[in-house]
Design a binder for this molecule. Structure first.
Ligand code: ASC
Length: 127
């Protein structure tokens, strides 16, 4: 799938960058600093659902590197649990956005953000 470890690193970091963009641009809405546009939010979350499926296959054996900590490979069950938590919270965010429920969106947005952070805290190198 990836010819070189560095190709896997670049792939997963590229996907994470896009996820950060499509998640982060909703933050002003969640903070009530920008208006809630249901369709724009749904578009971002639709893209996030696609992107969220992609990074994990790029953490195969022998692809150590980048900002990933050794724990990704030494604690695969914990890493998988963190992925599953993120997917579950993104699922709730998707339901809220589909319903056009701003309050539910805000709560679920915060929970997705926490799941990003908690995985980064455990599995991404400290900057
Ligand atoms: C983002 C981003 C993250 C998360 C995290 C939430 O927009 O790039 O890693 O949100 O900061 O706590």
């Amino acid at each position: 799938q990836f010819a070189k470890a560095q190709d896997a690193v670049k792939y997963r970091e590229s996907v994470m960058t896009l996820m950060g963009s499509h998640f982060g641009r909703m933050a002003p809405v969640a903070k009530k600093e920008a208006p809630y546009d249901k369709d724009k939010i749904k578009e971002n979350i639709g893209l996030l659902n696609i992107l969220a499926a992609l990074p994990w296959a790029a953490y195969g054996q022998g692809t150590q590197g980048g900002e990933a900590r050794a724990e990704v490979w030494s604690d695969p069950d914990g890493f998988k649990q963190a992925q599953d938590k993120f997917q579950a919270e993104l699922g709730k965010l998707t339901v809220a956005a589909d319903a056009g429920d701003f309050d539910a969106f805000r709560v679920a947005f915060g929970e997705v953000g926490k799941s990003c952070k908690s995985c980064h805290d455990s599995y991404r190198k400290k900057k």
